[in-house]
Design a protein around this ligand. Structure first.
Ligand SMILES: Nc1nc2c(c(=O)[nH]1)N[C@H]1C(S)=C(S)[C@@H](COP(=O)(O)O)O[C@H]1N2
Ligand SMILES: [Mo]
Length: 322
């Protein structure tokens, strides 16, 4: 039997009108930011202070990579992007920035396994120290139709493959988020297929745009963004950009993601942005940048066709936009 559950993006056409979404957000912002302003610290800043500072703080801001800089759209203010999040481990609504502070991001181990010559478990700080951190400004397009532009700091996902040294049969990279329902109460919602899983092909993982994020806005990554390590795949719908990763597995079997497992009719493996291919329940033609009251046209591959269209040249018959 198919259990019918309600997801954040199961919103009817009329509820995603700018008026409703942004009226609600404004109300929330007044509440949340008012409180943070009184304390004189941002939510992320407070958490770092409480933990005695992030051990990697000296690495930020990363050196800006000009190849991923100028976008025709303005940066999304940090106050907006860090208080309006999708992180179902903490709840199936957007206001998880405070509850996510319960996540302990040190110590944190990353497991690399599967079809690799160098299976290993690394401490996150050892991993971050050995990678060439840089800052890139990326667009992010959620399947729900909101979007943002964020300066991430991190390193190419290809760096993990290099450490792993994949066997020739490896075709996919499967990634997994932490699991700890005591801290992440969303994981007590047993009808979801925890832990959160995502996957890409090895070829996609080796594309230079595929980026592992350790920081944002010139600082170590805030917990609500998916600290200490999250993915950014800017040409795909946002749910592919898995947060708080603990494991990379090279495999010859196509991974079934959290959302595909939940609802395969609506959320597929490829999920490349295409304004001409509707979601089964809403159009994808436009998007609403966080912090604005209007919509703008969405763009094929979210504006990154030059870098990624070649990955999908010979894929007739597969719906690479779902
Ligand atoms: N582990 C995990 N990763 C996740 C999600 C999630 O719920 N859990 N949500 C995804 C979705 S739908 C989006 S749009 C982005 C949101 O990232 P942001 O909150 O930093 O904007 O994270 C993605 N990665
Ligand atoms: Mo999303």
């Amino acid at each position: 039997m198919l259990i019918k559950i309600k997801r954040g993006w199961e919103i009817s056409e009329n509820r995603v009108t700018p008026e409703n979404v942004f009226a609600n957000r404004r109300q929330f912002m007044q509440g949340a930011l008012g409180g943070a302003a009184l304390l004189g610290v941002g939510i992320g800043g407070a958490a770092f202070a409480a933990e005695g500072g992030d051990p990697m703080a000296d690495l930020y801001p990363g050196k800006a990579n000009p190849a991923f800089g100028a976008l025709e759209r303005p940066l999304t203010p940090e106050k907006l992007s860090s208080t309006y999040n999708n992180f179902y481990e903490f709840a199936s609504h957007k206001q998880i920035s405070e509850s996510a502070q319960a996540l302990k991001t040190r110590p944190w181990e990353i497991r690399i396994d599967g079809l690799v010559r160098n299976p290993q478990t690394l401490d996150i700080d050892r991993l971050i120290r050995q990678m060439p951190l840089e800052e890139r400004v990326y667009r992010h397009r959620c399947v729900e139709r909101w979007s943002m532009v964020v300066p991430w700091t991190g390193f190419p996902l290809a760096g993990i493959l290099k450490l792993a040294d994949p066997e020739p049969e490896a075709r996919y990279v499967r990634m997994e988020t932490f699991q700890n329902p005591d801290i992440a109460s969303g994981q007590q919602q047993f009808w979801y297929p925890w832990p959160y899983i995502e996957g890409v092909t090895v070829e996609e993982a080796q594309n230079d745009l595929a980026f592992l994020v350790t920081g944002a806005y010139g600082k170590p990554l805030a917990k609500q963004f998916g600290a200490p390590l999250r993915l950014a795949l800017p040409w795909k719908y946002g749910f592919k950009s898995i947060k708080s990763i603990v494991r990379f597995t090279l495999t010859d079997a196509r991974p079934v993601s959290f959302w595909e497992q939940t609802n395969a009719e609506e959320y597929g493996f490829w999920a490349n942005v295409n304004p001409q291919v509707d979601h089964p329940r809403w159009s994808q033609a436009v998007e609403q940048p966080l912090g604005t009251d209007s919509t703008v046209p969405s763009v094929l591959f979210n504006g990154y066709a030059d870098q990624v269209a070649g990955l999908y040249k010979n894929m007739n018959g597969q719906n690479i936009y779902m």
